[in-house]
Design a protein. Structure first.
Length: 114
């Protein structure tokens, strides 16, 4: 079983940056692919980015070139660096992994507004 705890959300203005963190429990973190998803009000949850256990990363077209996913296996933590934020990035952001089931954190709110 894996527990995920996100942090780092907040209120920022358009064009600013935020870095989200997701701390995972357990000793198998380094072998897990980790993902970030987001859900805006009234919309379905959507995939944002994934990083594999080997460090390969993949992004949704909507965030490519602005967001960067990374991981620190020593800290069992995955990050999402978000630059050039726009109001369309406003959402609750969740981290996720799948191992014998799908695990989600509680989410962290990101609000981009002037």
């Amino acid at each position: 079983q894996v527990q995920l705890v996100e942090s780092g959300g907040g209120l920022v203005q358009p064009g600013e940056s935020l870095r989200l963190s997701c701390a995972a429990s357990g000793s198998i973190f380094s072998s897990l692919a980790m993902g970030w998803y987001r859900q805006a009000p009234g919309r379905e949850r959507e995939w944002v980015a994934t990083i594999t256990s080997g460090g390969r990363h993949y992004y949704a077209d909507s965030v490519k070139g602005r967001f960067t996913i990374s991981r620190d296996n020593a800290k069992s933590t995955v990050y999402l660096q978000m630059n050039s934020l726009t109001p369309e990035d406003t959402a609750v952001y969740y981290c996720n992994t799948n191992i014998g089931g799908s695990y989600w954190g509680q989410g962290t709110q990101v609000t981009v507004s002037s």
